[in-house]
Design a binder for this molecule. Sequence first.
Ligand SMILES: Cc1cc2nc3c(=O)[nH]c(=O)nc-3n(C[C@H](O)[C@H](O)[C@H](O)COP(=O)(O)OP(=O)(O)OC[C@H]3O[C@@H](n4cnc5c(N)ncnc54)[C@H](O)[C@@H]3O)c2cc1C
Length: 447
Amino acid sequence: MSISFPTRLVWRGDERYEQTRRETLWHAGLPNRFPAVIVQAIDVNDVVAAIHLARDRGLQLSVRSGGHSWAGTFLRDNVVLLDISRLRDFSIDREAMTGSAQPGLKGSELDKILMAQGLWFPTGHCTNVCLGGYLLQGGFGWNGREYGPACMSVIGVELVTAEGEVCYADEKQNADLFWAARGAGPGFFAVVTRFHIKVYPRSLVTMNNTYVYPAEVFEELYRWAHEIGRATPAEIHMMLLRDDSASTAGPITILSATAFAGGEEEARATLSLFEACPARKRAVVAEVNRPTTTVELTALGTDRHFDATKRYVADNIWTHATFDDLLPGLQQIVGSFPPAPTFMEWMNWGYDHEPPRQANMAYSLEDDFHFSLYTAWDNPADDAKFVGWTTERLRQLEPLSTGTQLADENLINRPVRFVSDENLRRLDALRTRYDPQGIFVSWLGRP
Ligand SMILES: Cc1cc2nc3c(=O)[nH]c(=O)nc-3n(C[C@H](O)[C@H](O)[C@H](O)COP(=O)(O)OP(=O)(O)OC[C@H]3O[C@@H](n4cnc5c(N)ncnc54)[C@H](O)[C@@H]3O)c2cc1C
């Protein structure tokens, strides 16, 4: 089997190679890792052909959907880099409340399609993240506390295995592969060519409160966010963000809380929690009870934090440590914070759900709070400085953490737990079974 369109093979040495490699990663910090060839697949036959190409040449294979891995985990030396961003087909079955989408479709595109039909799926907070990487690693989306990580709403996957075989996996068929596809993230050992998903009725009202607090309120605000912790209503999506690019008056913290509700009254009542924040009077800006949509929140809100002209490193922890234990580490971060658009995010994630929502899947690690750093800079000469700052700051919090989220992983610099120990053992065993020759690259930072 051969690639359907040979010009979509870009070998190292080809004059288009460096530009093509550059375009695989969304930000400017392109790692010095050089695939042997980049395959720009346009259909499943190309995916199968790329796997045979890797096998015939004795090369490993890495996969790219939307290129929004912070670490550029698909960029590896001397591999076949399979770019499946052109696989973008989707379908919705309103009767069955299901859908299917290929990995190159952006979450924001799916959100718009569903919004037009009054339907919902927990898509992520950035316009350009594609479903491929997002769904494999978990997927922390809008209203994700209520729906769980988005991979919980995946009901089947179409795959191409390391043998080049096209197959389907769900709870009943190839159940091991389905289990792994929900949580293995960048360590998955097959190519997903289509996700089958559940879709839901969309909440009638999406309402947002946004507050801007000056830097000196930092401790009081974070302490309060920690205090409300698991008691934050499940249908609230709440983030604290430090992003100094949003201010000309020095460091700030933005509190953004979005309620997904059945009606305006209910949304207002849920959001009243944030009006009761003890620091409320010190907010320098307050937008309260603003009707909105996730399409708007993504395009006008969260996208603003991401500047593709910068170099980035991200890292994160899950934690349920006490606020007093976390405080020294947080203070050190705030006291040495790099210039904008570096930002940090605190998310109240855990809540007392009943019954427990964990499904039978590789994804297995989450906690009450998620805390992450996204450090941005311009000059390649500063790489070591900013990667070092980010990694060290989170290493300091490591003893207080239960692990890391694969969405913002920094495993190459800080290899820590990202699924339960039991699930990691099962993932390793499944990799040996389904990919005995090690065709697929593994997580960066793990052999
Ligand atoms: C600006 C920005 C905002 C983000 N916001 C969120 C957010 O709100 N919520 C959240 O959960 N995450 C978020 N992320 C993290 C993001 O979900 C992950 O980085 C995800 O992997 C990106 O998906 P992608 O397809 O664009 O990435 P890619 O970089 O293309 O993929 C990452 C890795 O996943 C694997 N992979 C991807 N597609 C396939 C496939 N079809 N088959 C097999 N393996 C595959 C490969 O190992 C690949 O190296 C954000 C990232 C960025 C940069």
